[in-house]
Every structure is written in C-alpha cells, then in structure tokens.
Design a protein around this ligand. Sequence first.
Ligand code: ADP
Length: 461
Amino acid sequence: MKSLYGKFLAMTAIIMVMSTVIAFLIVNTYYHQNMKEENSAKNISIVQQIATYIESEQPPNLEFFLRTEAAVGYKLVLVSPTEEIEFFGAPFREHNLAQEAIDQVLDGQVYNGMQNFPTETFMTGFFADESSNTVGSPVLYQGDRYALFLRPDIKLLFTEVHLLLGGMVIVIAIISFLAMLFFAKKLIDPITELTKATKQIGDEKFVESLDIARQDEIGQLAQSFSQMVERLKQNDQMRKQFISDVSHDFQSPLLNIRGYASLLNKREVDEETRQQYASIIESETERLSTLTKQLLLLTSLDQLKTPLQKKTYALDEQIRDVVRNYQWQIVNKELSLELEVEPITYQGDPAFLEKVWDNLISNAVKYTEQGSIRISLKELSEEIVFCIEDSGIGIEEEHMPQLFERFYRADSSRTKEIEGTGLGLAIVQQVVELHSGTIDMKSELDKGTKITVYLPKKNEK
Ligand code: ADP
C-alpha cells in the first residue's frame, strides 16, 4: 500500500486487532494467576451447599431437584454409587471427567478440576466447556454416597447485560475506526495538495495560493511553502528580468560595432571619419568589456562559496591608489579634490573592496561636471567610515530606493548622456554586505550626492 492514507488505514486496523489479541492474553493470564482460585472456591462452596441441602432435606425426587438447579445456570453431573452417570443442564462440549476424579469424590473427597485445569495461553479455563473443568462434592442421599459435579453454564449466565456490553464494544470499535478514517483524510488531504503544488513548481508553474487554513504543523508547513513559492516567483522574475537586461545591454553596443564596422568597409570613407568610427568601435568594445567584467564580478559574489579572502592591509593606501587612477579625469574636469584619509589597517577582502572604492569614486567623477569631490576615511571605536561627497548632478528622490538594484540607472536625460551599466552600486552593496557593513546615501538633484560606507571592525563572514 503506497499511499499515506492506505498506510494509515492498515495501521489502524492492525493496531485494533493487535490490541484485542493483547488484551485477551492479558485478561487470560490475569484469570489464571488471580481469578481461577477464587472462582473455583466459589463453585466448590455452591456444590457443597447443594450437597448439604440434599443431605438434610433428602428431596424425594433427586433428578427433578437437580434439573431445577441446572435451570438456574449450572451444568451438573451426578454419579451414583454404582457409577451410573447422569447429566443435568446443557451437555458439555467434551466429557472427559477422569475415573480417578469420580473415585476420589465417591471416596468422600472434594474434587477441584477448575483450580487444576491446565493453564493455556490461548484457551481460557473460564470458558472451557469440559466435564473435567468442574468441581465435585460427595452427597449422602438415602444412605448412599453419590458424587455431584458442577460448573456454571456460561451460555445461560451470559445475560442481556453482557450482550449489551459486547455490542457496545463492537460499536465503539466501528465508530473509532470510522472517525480515524475521517481524521486521517482530513490530515492527509493538505499533504496531497502540497505534493501537487510541489510537482507544479518542479514544472516551473507557480501556484497562486494553497487552500490550507490550519494552525497546526501542517498549516505552518503550508505557510512556509507559500512563502517559498513567493520567493521562487520573485527569483524567477528577477532572473528573467536580468537576462532581458543583460541581452539588451549587450545588444546595443554590438549593433553599434556592427554598424560602424560595415561603414568602415566602404571605400569612400575619408581618414577623419574612419578614425571617428574606429574610436566609436573602441569605446563600444570598452563598454562591453566593462559590462562583462562587472557581470562576472557579480556572479562570483553571488556564488561566493568560500569565505572572503581576507587580509589585514592598509585601507588608506588602497583608497589613495584608486583615487590616483582618476586623477587625470579630475584634473581634466577641473574639479577640486579633498582627500582626508587616516592611516587605517583593516581586515577585509582587498580585491572586492577595491571595486567598492573604484565604483564610488568613478561615479562621483562621472556625475560631477564642476565643483568638488571630498573623500574621507575615519576610524571609530567599532567601525571604519568611508565618505564620498560630490557636487554633481544629484539624484531625484524617487530613484533612490532602486539605485542599488542591478541595471538600474536614474532615468534622467543627463544620466543617459553618461556611460554606465547600472551594475556599479549593486556590486558596492553586495561587497559591503559581505563585510557586514552598511551604506547610507543622501542626494539632492543638482546639488550633489553623499555616500557613506560603514564597515564594522569585527565581522564574522
Ligand atoms: P552606472 O554604471 O550607471 O553608474 P551605478 O550602479 O554605479 O551604475 O549607479 C546607478 C545609478 O545611480 C547611476 O546610473 C546614476 O543614475 C546614479 N548615481 C550613482 N552615483 C551617483 C552620483 N555620485 N551622482 C549622481 N548619480 C549617481
């Protein structure tokens, strides 16, 4: 049986049958251990009372008297002095009363066949309908010694109360079984639904919502499942968006390169135009190269399995080196540069952190046409603070929340004139997060931008 429901049903049925068998064995053992002696003593006293009555009253018709006694719920065996055997009441299933037992009682002793009835695991002595499973007492009747054997007639003693109780047990068993079926179905239905939904996700079909409103563990599972589906859906969307962005960003420089290359092939192109086309091709190639490098960097940050390659090194020197690379552009644009970096050693991944400074400084230079750029690096008790402030084009409030998303560029005409991929800040954020740091960004359109990076000195990643 493969389904959970089937297993549940089979287990319930097995448990019910097993518990019945075990209960029977326990009760049977209890009868043999504790009740057999009491029961046989009780029956001996009954047979002795009957014997005493017969002896004292000497009823004129002994057979009639014993038949009446049997009618009350007993099976009786009367053995005459000449060893004639007479039965009263319903016949025994098996007549196996031993000759020694008869002789013993005729000799004047009491016979206790109930007490000495063999102890068997699967057969309870209480129900064994055999003439050896009796108690016997001698009876003096009309001057002769008879032997009288007795055992209760279970069938006669089995009254309506017992039938009702038995019926009740069967009804309870049936109701419990049906209730188990019902609750098992209730329990398993949501699991079946979850399984179906899981299969759909395997086929990239994201279910809208699960119809499982429960508070228990299955409810929690369904809730986590829905959250997981939501995240997968977002990831899937992001993945598709990412692919479309990447394709688009590759497509336009490639089209330019192809266009200008075919123009170059024409004979009538003069030297000046040829140089112009060649430099466009060069700059488009440069753009593709930057884009590829940044994408590769982002992918390696995404798939970072080994911890960061940390080193303790002079952060101020690294920043000075990066600034130096932009010196000529700063001079070219006639910007003033304020550099206030304290000598600081920091434990971090130098290769990744270099990209942070590079992207932030290149943005400040790119998006500032006139004025100044101020860069500072300070050490506080718990953290290192890097701050870069420019007097550039600034960013409109509405773009601020998305600037750190991949491929996002503030949608202003001035930004569009400036080369960029929209990946720089995404890289900055990811590297800073890997160093357990945070970024703060303040900007005002046409006034400038201030970005502060906080790097905690102690970070476990
Ligand atoms: P890009 O390659 O376009 O510069 P980034 O991820 O580095 O990509 O930056 C995302 C966007 O944020 C930029 O397109 C620009 O609109 C805005 N931005 C970033 N830095 C500055 C800055 N210093 N001044 C003005 N705008 C900025």
